[in-house]
Design a protein around this ligand. Structure first.
Ligand code: MN
Length: 180
């Protein structure tokens, strides 16, 4: 179970409508992207991991075109209940502003690297396909990750090859480095 200490330290129960603590019993892990109109507008990308929501603030939003990448600032884990949260965080509270759910759904963990990097297949209403979260340490800062849209190797590709021929797969190795 991930620790929500940072999350709880920054917030006051009863002063913000945001949820605190708890667990969810489900089958497929969930993801949510929340549009957060705070001091500066950003999108919060959250993945269910170990009973909490691993979270990144993405100033430019989730990249949609394959091969594109955006800064994703790793922030504190949030409770699972946060995935359904929408509303106003009152002035004077952490993250004051408006939170709206931009997209949500389930995901499959496709790959988890030793350095913490993740590749996920999202099944949302807007987001469908593969994304990678890369601990890129931009500007030497550990919190500065990248989120990048990956080509979906499993999706049918336009091809001139005769029918029935086995499809060719791109080698998975080095594709991240090449895209960075
Ligand atoms: Mn936020």
């Amino acid at each position: 179970m991930a620790k929500l200490t940072d999350y709880e330290r920054k917030r006051t129960r009863g002063k913000t409508p945001e949820p605190f603590g708890g667990k969810r019993k489900g089958k497929d892990p969930i993801f949510v992207v929340q549009r957060h109109d705070a001091r500066s507008l950003h999108y919060d990308f959250r993945l269910e991991r170990d009973g909490a929501l691993a979270s990144w603030a993405v100033p430019k939003g989730v990249p949609l075109e394959s091969g594109t990448q955006h800064l994703a600032v790793h922030v504190e884990d949030h409770p699972l209940e946060y995935a359904t949260f929408e509303g106003e965080i009152p002035k004077g509270n952490y993250g004051a502003g408006t939170v709206e759910i931009w997209d949500r759904g389930t995901y499959e963990l496709v790959e988890e690297k030793e350095n913490g990097g993740l590749t996920v297949r999202l099944h949302g209403k807007k987001l469908e396909g593969l994304w990678a979260l890369v601990p890129a340490h931009l500007s030497g800062q550990e919190k500065n990750w990248l989120i990048l849209r990956k080509r979906d190797e499993d999706a049918p590709e336009p091809t001139t090859a005769p029918r029935g021929r086995p499809r060719r797969y791109q080698p998975m190795l080095a594709s991240l480095a090449a895209e960075l």
